[in-house]
Design a protein around this ligand. Structure first.
Ligand SMILES: [Zn+2]
Length: 234
């Protein structure tokens, strides 16, 4: 595909390297949250807060970081804000993905009025979405809850090695398929199918799910066709 040098979408969240993982902010242990909240609303808690406020007023120290020092054993350093340094190949794949996403935006904006562009979340290993947590083993997926597509770039390598689907068009198709789910969400098809979940037998619901997947493939095909006509990218 002739994709290099084309517009890259800005709707990309790069969570590779674990910044989207469940490690929590600054290494805070979520197990402490319950007892901490209980403490804050008890009589002793109110006294501690009052003392802390007076303390911070006198010393100029931030009471939150002081609390952090108490609960985290002096380790309240903020989480690393360094951006993820991928391999050269990974970074090319990230640029490729942002370019394909931009191309789907160009296509669907011409087809649909008020098209809501989805966000592409790049992750490595493990990610948390509005649909729950997922590992790379899940494969790329679309979450209707936050209208984001989730992709671990290592999936592209798996496609080449294990699924015998090499080439950048196959990779672009994966992204366009997930974008197809976003179109289904916007058209109400996805919600319609989800409502059937409790009403149909498992077998019947599986049939409907397969049809939903086939339609996402069809919508990916619509993207390929329009994009080729608009840009001769393939
Ligand atoms: Zn799908």
């Amino acid at each position: 595909m002739k994709w290099k040098g084309r517009r890259q979408s800005s709707n990309v969240e790069d969570k590779r390297g674990g910044s989207g993982s469940s490690r929590g902010i600054g290494g805070f242990n979520p197990m402490l949250l319950g007892p901490l909240i209980k403490l804050l609303f008890s009589k002793t808690g109110l006294i501690i807060v009052a003392v802390l406020l007076v303390f911070s007023f006198i010393t100029g120290n931030n009471p939150i970081s002081f609390l952090g020092n108490i609960f985290l054993g002096g380790n309240s350093q903020p989480a690393s804000t360094e951006s993820y340094q991928g391999t050269a190949e990974e970074n090319i794949q990230a640029e490729f993905s942002a370019t394909i996403l931009a191309s789907t935006e160009d296509v669907w904006n011409t087809i649909l009025d008020n098209y809501q562009e989805p966000t592409l979340v790049l992750f490595s290993g493990y990610v948390t979405s509005a649909c729950g947590s997922a590992s790379s083993a899940t494969g790329p997926f679309y979450c209707p809850g936050d209208q984001k597509l989730y992709l671990d770039l290592s999936f592209f390598e798996d496609m080449e090695r294990q699924m015998n689907a090499p080439g950048d068009f196959a990779q672009a198709y994966v992204i366009a398929h997930e974008v197809g789910h976003n179109v289904q969400k916007l058209m109400g098809t996805m919600d319609k199918v989800n409502r059937l979940k409790g009403q149909l037998s498992e077998t019947e619901f599986n049939k409907v799910s397969v049809r939903l997947e086939l339609q996402a493939d069809f919508l990916a095909g619509v993207w390929a066709n329009r994009s080729q006509r608009m840009t001769q990218m393939m």
